[in-house]
Each structure stands twice: as structure tokens, then as C-alpha cells.
Design a protein around this ligand. Sequence first.
Ligand code: HEC
Length: 135
Amino acid sequence: MRAVFLFLLVSALSVANLAFGASPRTNYLLYCSGCHLPSGVGNPPNVPTLHDELGRMMAVEEMRAYLVQVPGSSQTPLTDADLAAVVNWILQEFNAETLPEGFRPITTGEVSAARQTILADPLKYRIRYWKDYEE
Ligand code: HEC
């Protein structure tokens, strides 16, 4: 039953997507929530949470690109503009409390540039410019 419901939900969202252009929330549900869950809490340590720490990361310039260079982001079928909107939605929806003062939303241009560079080792980059996942 649950599988049928999910199938119908995803089908309905896909049709809405084609007909109207999807909202960032819908794109998050379609392309990210399979791993990060609809609530964004993920399943640590295998799939990280998207709450709170991403907002703090935004105080470090190099970490803006990181959000779209992790494989789940960079390899999504979403366009650069739609991916920028999803990442900004995640920041506003799950990280509003921790975003730095004067935070500038991620632009489509930044996403296009960041997506050209594949991170061989996302964790190494994360530790270099930010820090390891918290225990
Ligand atoms: C197939 C599962 C999967 C999907 C789908 C997925 N992710 Fe992820 N995501 C991960 C995993 C696993 C990590 C941990 C880093 C790594 O190993 O890639 C991660 C890490 C991240 C991080 C970094 C979190 C941190 O604290 O360092 C962000 C941001 C992120 N994902 C965003 C997204 C967005 C946006 C989408 C949808 C467009 C998405 N992910 C889709 C599995 C996924």
C-alpha cells in the first residue's frame, strides 16, 4: 500500500512538474528526499542531516560551492537554476536560524561554475575548509 501511495505521489508530482514547472519544495521531494528524507534529517552517519550546520557553513566562502558539488547535488537531473533554488530552499527551510548575517543566496552562475568541478573526495574538502561531521 505504501509503495503504491508513494508511486502515485511521485507520479502526480512529476505531472505537475512537467505542466507547471516545479517549486523548489517539489524538486527537493523528487530529487533529494529519497536519501535525505522529506524532513531533511537524513540517516546519520550514512546520509547527513541538512539541518543547522549548512547554515553555519555559509560563513565560509569555499563552502558555498560545496553544497552543489556533493554527488547527490551535482549529478541531479535538475537544471542549474532549479538546483540553485533547491539549495536556497534547503538553507531557508532547514537552516534559517544558523545562516550568517547578510547571507547572499546561491546564484545560478555559482551553481554552473561549481558543477564543472567534480569533488574527488567531498569529505576531504569538507574537512579542509570546514570540519568533519560531528559525532
Ligand atoms: C543517493 C542518495 C542521495 C541523494 C539522492 C542526495 N543526496 Fe545529498 N548526500 C548524500 C550522502 C551520502 C551525502 C554525504 C556525502 C557523500 O558521501 O556524498 C550527502 C551530502 C549532502 C550535502 C552535504 C552535507 C554536509 O553536511 O556536508 C548536501 C548539501 C546535500 N547532500 C544536498 C543534496 C541535495 C540538494 C540533493 C538533491 C538535489 C541531494 N543531496 C540528493 C546522499 C544523497
